[in-house]
Design a protein around this ligand. Structure first.
Ligand SMILES: Cc1cc2nc3c(=O)[nH]c(=O)nc-3n(C[C@H](O)[C@H](O)[C@H](O)COP(=O)(O)O)c2cc1C
Length: 160
């Protein structure tokens, strides 16, 4: 396979950007991810690729629960704050206010227009990222007219 073609082709996949969160007791992890998609209507499944050597991976693997805060088009700066290790201070994670989700009490960024939480149902651990398939069990919308943040418009790449 021509490596440059593989890279360029895979980078033409369109993505959004999301803050994925997990929690085990007092331990919290939050990271910005783009490898996320819905994968079934019934049951409502999503799939997300999570880096195997990350703290986020350790918590998702252990708890089998995830929450996703959907970033708005104007929230590139927030995405940037979650490439860094997670730091919880009072009511903030990495400098952003959070509250807890209704079903699994996972952290959600209150600035984000929408969120959902999900229970992991299946795991594919073949590559350097694990694909977690998860069933959506709770969701909320704060700003119905929001436009989501699109990876292409940030100038960032994660893939290829
Ligand atoms: C543009 C961009 C997109 C990313 N997308 C993903 C992703 O889809 N999955 C993932 O596991 N990490 C992704 N990352 C890396 C995580 O944001 C980062 O490694 C994580 O938040 C820190 O991991 P930690 O849990 O070890 O602190 C991405 C990084 C960047 C810069």
């Amino acid at each position: 396979m021509e490596q440059e073609a593989k890279k360029r082709s895979l980078r033409m996949i369109t993505y959004g950007l999301y803050v994925l969160t997990a929690k085990d007791g007092d331990e919290v992890s939050a990271g910005t991810v783009n490898w996320l998609s819905q994968a079934s209507f019934a049951p409502p499944l999503v799939m997300v690729g999570v880096k195997k050597d990350s703290h986020l991976h350790a918590l998702v693997e252990k708890t089998q629960k995830i929450a996703v805060s959907i970033l708005d088009a104007g929230q590139k700066d927030i995405a940037g704050d979650f490439f860094r290790p997670t730091k919880v201070e009072g009511s903030q994670i990495n400098g952003h206010e959070f509250e807890f989700s209704t079903v699994y009490t996972l952290p959600l960024l209150t600035e984000c227009p929408a969120w959902f939480e999900a229970q992991v149902t299946d795991t594919v651990s073949r590559g350097d990222h694990t694909v977690f398939v998860a069933e959506v069990t709770g969701a909320g919308v704060r700003q119905p007219d929001a436009l989501p943040l699109v990876m292409r418009e940030t100038g960032w790449f994660y893939g290829g």
